[in-house]
Design a protein around this ligand. Structure first.
Ligand code: ARG
Length: 366
């Protein structure tokens, strides 16, 4: 039995050298595990086995997977994030002292001659006392949503938040219909249907869709919390503007507020910081992004040129429809610093600011 699985991994590993989970698998260590731990590892690796073209190829299914299956996870984490297997993550939101930023600490894209753009900063967070989304039962998903509803009620009651919670759960008191859901997706407020994502499907993360899924949106639509996507929570600040600090500071303040509310305890790892489903998001759990118009660099509808320039700047490029979407016809791309682990939150924001400046310079020179 142990041998069958190990053989399957070994056969795929030869054909898929870029799949980190396949490459990190150690048959000797696997054989040494108890049957229960072996089953847990198989579950974590399922998405990358079903989708061998994966880059990471695994998801944690319990907050404790990173500790209990450490030899495996330490290896994929160190290779993906290019850190040592002993690396420890440290969080820091203070911009002062970060290299290469304006004296006054205001990261204003207008300094590069840019107009107001869509800016967004999100963090992934998971509650410590529930399985991660890959292993949640339908009841767990509904419990998560119910617990968050109590938090949202308190936000809605505050003049600085207000807004509403929109549920996708059939029969939920706050359920929205298909058309309203579509409008929220089109406005980039709500996440896309998860049941069409082959990675999330194979990971068990898309199970019971759309039960227990929804999103809180503040009155000004600039503060959003997704419930039940790839992480229990994706908490974000989003608005059009040029000053990156506006979204960063708002997210920080809202996070502090939410963490102070009774009943929520997030999963943290001493070594890896915020515990997330996907090892790519560990650490800060943060993705800071901008929709940047680069019509010259994307001429012909391809982002190859942008990627070439963005990569050494530590930036990832995607279409504005989200992960795995192509560049839009108008040449607008979504750029974000790739690093999440062993970088500070402030470091991520700074990388976005500096990278945007370099990209717009390249666009003008093209
Ligand atoms: N599971 C996919 C892979 O391994 C996506 C990983 C990164 N994206 C994400 N949404 N976590 O390639």
């Amino acid at each position: 039995m142990a041998q069958d699985f190990a053989d399957r991994v070994a056969a795929l590993a030869v054909r898929y050298p870029d799949n980190l989970a396949l490459q990190a698998f150690d048959p000797g260590w696997y054989a040494s595990l108890t049957p229960a731990l072996r089953a847990r590892l198989r579950k974590c690796m399922n998405s990358g086995l079903e989708n061998p073209d994966s880059q990471m190829g695994c998801y944690a299914c319990q907050p404790s997977d990173y500790d209990d299956l450490r030899p495996f996870f330490a290896r994929v984490i160190s290779r993906y994030h290019r850190v040592s297997e002993e690396a420890r993550h440290v969080s820091d939101w203070r911009l002062s002292g970060v290299e290469g930023l304006p004296e006054d600490g205001v990261l204003d894209l207008a300094r590069f001659g840019l107009p107001p753009l869509s800016m967004r900063v999100r963090v992934g967070r998971n509650l410590a006392d529930l399985p991660l989304p890959g292993a949640m039962s339908r009841a767990d998903r509904l419990r998560l949503e119910a617990r968050m509803a109590a938090v949202f009620d308190r936000l809605i009651a505050r003049p600085d938040f207000g807004g509403a919670y929109h549920s996708l759960t059939p029969g939920h008191a706050r359920q929205i219909d298909a058309a309203a859901y579509r409008r929220l997706v089109d406005a980039h407020i709500m996440f896309r249907p998860m049941d069409g994502d082959r990675y999330l499907e194979a990971a068990g993360i898309a199970a019971h869709w759309p039960h227990g899924r929804g999103c809180y949106v503040s009155a000004d639509r600039a503060f959003i919390i997704w419930v039940g996507e790839e992480d229990h929570l994706r908490i974000m600040a989003m608005q059009r503007g040029t000053v990156l600090n506006d979204v960063f500071d708002r997210l920080r303040a809202a996070l502090d507020l939410i963490e102070g509310l009774a009943g929520l305890r997030f999963a943290w790892s001493d070594d890896y910081g915020a515990v997330t489903s996907c090892p790519t998001n560990l650490g800060t759990g943060m993705r800071a992004s901008l929709h940047l118009p680069l019509p010259r660099l994307t001429r012909g509808g391809t982002d190859t040129r942008v990627r070439e320039i963005a990569r050494p700047l530590g930036l990832s490029v995607r279409g504005i429809g989200g992960e795995h979407t192509p560049v839009g016809a108008d040449g607008t791309v979504d750029i974000s610093p790739s690093a999440r682990l062993c970088i500070t939150e402030a470091g991520i924001l700074a990388a976005l600011y500096k990278g945007a400046g370099r990209l717009i310079e390249a666009e003008r020179a093209a």
